[in-house]
Design a protein around this ligand. Sequence first.
Ligand code: HEM
Ligand code: HEM
Length: 221
Amino acid sequence: MSAPGPRVWDVPTRAFHWSLVLLVAAQYASGEFGWPSMEWHYRCGYATLALLVFRVLWGFAGSQTSRFGDFLRGPRAVLRYLVALRRGEAPRAAGHNPLGGWSVVAMLASIALQAASGLFASDDISEDGPLVARVSAATVALMTRVHAWNRYVLLALIVLHLGAIAAYALRGTNLVAPMWTGRAREGAAPPLRFAPAWLALVLGVLAAGAVWALVAWGEAG
Ligand code: HEM
Ligand code: HEM
């Protein structure tokens, strides 16, 4: 086995990713099939929302490879990367590559839309999101439609995500191991800045508190 390479992903970002995978799977299981129950759809939904709020905060205050400002590049950089990729000459990125960066934002936006619309969704029988009582019937109808349609958009983005990871693997680049261990397999990364764990903890508690307060306010209505 080769020696572990440089650290690229911090613990909070990795914990965020693998928790998100479990929670989104739970959301499809409970939303589509009622398994184990809609009760769990709400619980895991709130956890998903808290994770997202945390990830957005971490995108501004977290470690270098997790910051939006670090991995969101302009159209020219994306185009240059695509051309290099076609030629098989794409440079290894320490973090998200210029194309992957935008797919991350698309996935985060779609999950945010799904979770936010769920707060106002209703099946008009027994299931009401916690903020339904706070808005008009027209808003509930719109949000229910968004929640029903965006689930396919999100599913398509996840399929693309897994397809891209498989395509890189076929070309000899394993992206999954770094997202699991935090370390790149090979190569030297430029010196990267990592944010302290206590900051992740503070932001995580803030995110969970904000979601809890919002749901409590909705349910008191
Ligand atoms: C419900 C399914 C999934 C969702 C919603 C999802 C979402 C995401 C998101 C939001 C990121 C960006 C991470 C960040 O910077 O915060 C990401 C990155 C990543 N995900 Fe997933 N993911 C899913 C499933 C998976 C699975 C099953 C794998 C492994 C087979 C995987 C492997 C990766 C890898 C390797 C990266 C880093 C890509 C890079 O190097 O730029 N994901 N994913
Ligand atoms: C990533 C997050 C989420 C995913 C993937 C998801 C997925 C789904 C799916 C697939 C359904 C079934 C839709 C249908 O049969 O038309 C559903 C229904 C529902 N979800 Fe979510 N959901 C998420 C988050 C949330 C959240 C945060 C809430 C509220 C706290 C919520 C509340 C509801 C409600 C009330 C329904 C029933 C309304 C209906 O049948 O149209 N969901 N969800």
